[in-house]
Design a protein around this ligand. Sequence first.
Ligand code: HEC
Length: 239
Amino acid sequence: MTAVITIHTSKPGRTGLTALICLALLTACTPTGSTGTTASTNIGAPIIGTNEPPPTASNTEVPPPYALSFEPMPVSAPPQLVAEAAAITQRFVGTLLPTLQLAIASGGPVHAIEVCAVQAPQIAQQLSEDTGWNVRRVSLKTRNSSAATPDAWEVMALNMFDERQRGGQAGADINVAEIVGREFRYMQAQPAAPLCLTCHGNDIAPDVRSVLEQRYPDDMATGYFNGQIRGAITLRKDI
Ligand code: HEC
């Protein structure tokens, strides 16, 4: 399996995601279970602190002829932790997706709402207990605001995910890994597939809509289109 690393450095003075190391895992969202991830074996050393000129010529400032970087040195995400986090997100998706598909097939979407509401947090909790990582789901447009409201780092990552998706990158390939303080943090985008639109799309059946409205009066998680980033699985671990 191949993996591609891109490093994005923020402008000086910006806080938060100073170094976003985006790992394009080609099978990141396929429900193949935890054994499908071999990311750690193929991650090359990231290129840090390049002396490349600024990307646009519209800069009025003349850049110094040699590297005079005011940016903090990006800290590369340890490949082993990246691989571990990627495997956990695969387990999450690989457990939830079949459960959801089965629930829809056996009892219809209204019944599946219950499954999503109960099982998804349970899967996240079980994974947290099994692995020692903190695992949850977040979104910029939450359905369950008490469980899925992102923190500042997650908001920045989710905005970046949207940008990358709009730029043409497939959601399954969009993720971020970063050391933040004493924590390792990882997020994997969750793109909306056609199945998801049953409960997150524009054209939601009236019975589904009415149950959603009853259960989630502040629901913001509708109106998505196929491929759009619905949210993310977010992981953190003390290091
Ligand atoms: C049967 C309806 C249904 C389907 C289909 C469905 N979801 Fe959801 N989704 C829900 C419900 C209900 C919640 C709120 C769960 C809770 O209470 O924690 C939710 C919550 C989420 C969240 C957590 C953030 C939030 O807004 O609360 C994400 C991310 C998410 N769904 C993504 C997806 C994706 C991706 C798919 C397709 C693979 C999908 N959903 C399919 C009903 C559905």
